[in-house]
Ligand binder design. Structure first.
Ligand code: NDP
Length: 445
């Protein structure tokens, strides 16, 4: 690594010693930016990396709400507005008990480059809370969302910061958040994306991250003389990203044999019946183990990491960060995996990523491969501004073009900077160059 990037990384580690996920994301990004920093000495003169690794603003707040027993509960809310060099902050809200500042900062930091790669004018941000929607009634979720927005509304807006969904935040939560924003501000504006179709949502937003992941993986495989058609696929998770990755990869001719949740995984050698998964997860909000009741030929195994012991050609981790460690990566490699596409954010540890790349496995990093969700969110913002709704096909075609464009940018940057086939470095470099130029042009702000 260049001295400059290394110096900034060391400083970041000292200032954020209690934030392991943020340090992990920053280490990966700064390491791959070495050739860029070497080629652009003006970045160091402008203190560009020091500014780039520090969020423009972090908001932390109390979220009090009343449960169904009439008791006051208190959660902690976050919004990290990381970088607005190329557009208003944009990034999802995560509701999960594991949420803390480190996780929100790593997600916001990754989001800067992801959003840049889409080619659309959106900066990077992320937010959420340690609230756990699992096991809560609709009314409890509504009261939580209303309280969360009663504080958050001060910091967001259609031209300043536009949150969306992430783990634990789907259409139901976005609806409650939007209703409260409108009630407080009196504004009917595109302040959130992932909205319902009756109040400004975009067709194909629900499908976008999963579909986009498959478009990217297909482009990557094609460029390397391989194809999705006829391959066996393992997908972790059974949430929004996992379900629509399954749908698209199946349409492309792949066979998905396993899916999971945070309790365990199901293995169905005949191919997962996605209608059953949708019924369990989207309608009944139950656990994946229910699948074997509907499909008795399938098996359920407790514990989620075992899913990576199932032989497959394509692995699509679509659950959460660090779900594939070095051991799981080596197991996948030994079982002949040819391509890995990250649907979740940072699902592979740094050691796992290195193992895949060393073994010649085609590796599609999250910030490129899962950018379809935020890309269609940006298209939702465009439709809201225009007061128009595009058809499903129109949005899906734009999504496809964007994902192919991202693959090309990552591929070309990797070649130009001497690391052909390294899509991790390629994506980081291509995304960073645009943000860096915009930051330089705007002065030391
Ligand atoms: P959902 O809440 O819809 O689904 C999450 C899935 O992952 C569930 O099956 C959940 O299981 C599982 N999961 C969550 N936490 C853990 C954990 N700690 N260990 C094991 N499994 C876990 O979220 P999404 O599908 O929206 O998000 C999945 C990933 O994709 C996240 O990393 C997110 O940041 C990323 N992403 C999402 C985008 C989007 O548009 N939604 C866009 C880009 C990235 P359980 O139900 O048991 O909790």
């Amino acid at each position: 690594m260049s001295d400059y990037a290394l110096k900034v990384l060391e400083g970041l580690k000292q200032r954020n010693a209690d934030q392991p996920e943020f340090i992990q994301a920053a280490t990966e990004i700064l390491t791959t930016l070495k050739p860029v920093v070497d080629r652009h000495p003006e970045y160091e003169k402008a203190g560009l990396l020091e500014r780039y690794v520090e969020p423009e603003r972090v908001v932390m707040f109390r979220v009090p709400w009343i449960d169904d027993e009439g008791k006051v509960q208190v959660n902690r809310g976050y919004r990290v507005q990381f970088n607005s060099a190329i557009g208003p902050y944009k990034g999802g809200l995560r509701l999960h008990p594991s949420v803390n500042l480190s996780i929100i900062k790593f997600l916001g930091f990754e989001q800067i480059l992801k959003n840049s790669l889409t080619g659309l004018p959106i900066g990077g941000g992320k937010g959420g809370s340690d609230f756990d929607p699992k096991g809560k009634s609709d009314n409890e979720v509504m009261r939580f969302c209303q309280s969360f927005m009663t504080e958050l509304y001060r910091y967001i807006g259609a031209d300043t910061d536009v949150p969306a969904g992430d783990i634990g935040v789907g259409g139901r939560e976005i609806g409650y958040l939007y209703g409260q924003y409108k009630r407080i501000t009196g504004l009917y504006e595109g302040v959130l994306t992932g909205k319902g179709l009756t109040y400004g949502g975009s067709l194909a937003r629900t499908q976008a991250t999963g579909y986009g992941l498959c478009y990217f993986v297909q482009a990557m495989m094609k460029a390397n003389g391989k194809e999705v058609n006829g391959s066996t696929v393992v997908i972790s998770g059974s949430g929004n990203v996992a379900i629509y990755a399954n749908e698209k990869i199946t349409q492309m001719g792949g066979k998905v044999v396993a899916m999971s949740d945070s309790n365990g995984y199901v293995y169905d050698p005949n191919g997962i019946d996605l209608a059953v998964v949708k019924q369990i997860k989207e309608v009944e909000r139950k656990r994946i183990k229910e699948y074997v009741k509907a499909v008795p030929t399938a098996t359920y195994t407790e514990g989620c990491s075992g899913i990576w012991s199932i032989p497959c050609d394509i692995a699509l981790p679509c659950a959460t960060q660090n779900e594939i460690n070095e051991e799981s990566a080596k197991l996948l490699i030994a079982n002949g995996v040819t391509a890995v596409g990250e649907g979740a954010n940072m699902p592979s540890t740094i050691e796992a990523t290195k193992a895949f790349q060393a073994a010649g496995v085609l590796f599609a990093p999250a910030k490129a491969a899962n950018a379809g969700g935020v890309a269609v969110s940006a298209l939702e913002m465009s439709q809201n501004s225009l007061r128009l709704s595009w058809t499903f096909e129109e949005v899906d075609n734009r999504l496809k073009d964007i994902m192919l464009g991202i693959f090309q940018k990552a591929d070309e940057a990797a070649k130009e900077y001497g690391v052909p086939g390294d899509y991790v470095a390629g994506a980081n470099i291509a995304g960073f160059l645009k943000v860096a130029e915009a930051m330089l042009a705007q002065g030391a702000v």
